[in-house]
Design a binder for this molecule. Structure first.
Ligand code: ITT
Length: 201
């Protein structure tokens, strides 16, 4: 870990997923010094042993907060598909096994759903913030459908096969700004930002 002097306006985003950092960083109030795990040089993977997005988000935020004593937040998120009883859920990043790879996960999911007429699914995000002695959580959800094949090359993870309800485009065809307006992460983020704006000084 790099040498850092801690200030009360420091806030670590406890993630190794740069896509999440990119989606979130521009919305964080400018007085806050946001740092990712890459920024502080922390490379270890945090084991996600929870059964829910909330549990995993709490594990990640607690792990980093205990280690560095700096305020921090984490994001645990994933895709839940109705005809697969909510799979991949907390296993979204690891669905098709090691080595973890988004394209492999998409192929695995599409194959599992190849005979399925019910394509309904949702994305969920749970953000857990540890601020001093307070633990806060913020959630977001977006409903949609799983496409039969990839559409669009923007975004990350399952974006190219997820079409949000009321839209004709997949998340993979939307700009980051448009995705953030309706996405699970965008909704959770809005509530986090509201909290930070009023309470993080
Ligand atoms: P960290 O735990 O380090 O934050 P991660 O990628 O392992 O990074 P998660 O455990 O929360 O994060 O797994 C979330 C997975 O769900 C992610 O890797 C994607 O496959 C998928 N996912 C989450 N949000 C998504 C989004 O907005 N668009 C597409 N796929 C998403």
């Amino acid at each position: 870990m790099k040498n850092i002097t801690i200030t009360k306006l420091d806030l670590i985003f406890a993630t190794h997923n740069q896509n999440k950092v990119n989606e979130i960083k521009n919305y964080i109030p400018k007085n806050i010094n946001l740092m990712s795990l890459d920024d502080i040089g922390y490379k270890d993977k945090i084991k996600e042993t929870g059964k829910s997005f909330y549990e995993n988000a709490l594990i990640k935020a607690r792990h980093i907060n205990n280690k560095f004593g700096i305020n921090c937040f984490s994001d645990d998120s994933g895709l839940e598909v109705d005809c697969l009883n909510g799979e991949p859920g907390v296993f979204s990043a690891r669905y098709a096994g090691k080595p973890y790879d988004s394209e492999k996960n998409i192929d695995f999911l599409l194959n599992k759903m190849k005979n399925s007429k019910n394509r309904n699914a949702n994305f969920k995000t749970c953000i857990v913030l540890i601020h001093g002695n307070d633990v806060k959580f913020f959630e977001g959800k977006v409903e949609g459908k799983i496409l039969n094949k990839r559409k669009g090359t923007k975004g990350f993870g399952y974006d190219s096969i997820f079409m949000p309800k009321g839209f004709k485009n997949s998340f993979g065809e939307l700009s980051m700004t448009k995705k953030n307006k309706i996405s699970h992460r965008g909704i959770a983020l809005k509530n986090l930002i509201n909290y930070l704006t009023h309470n993080f000084h």
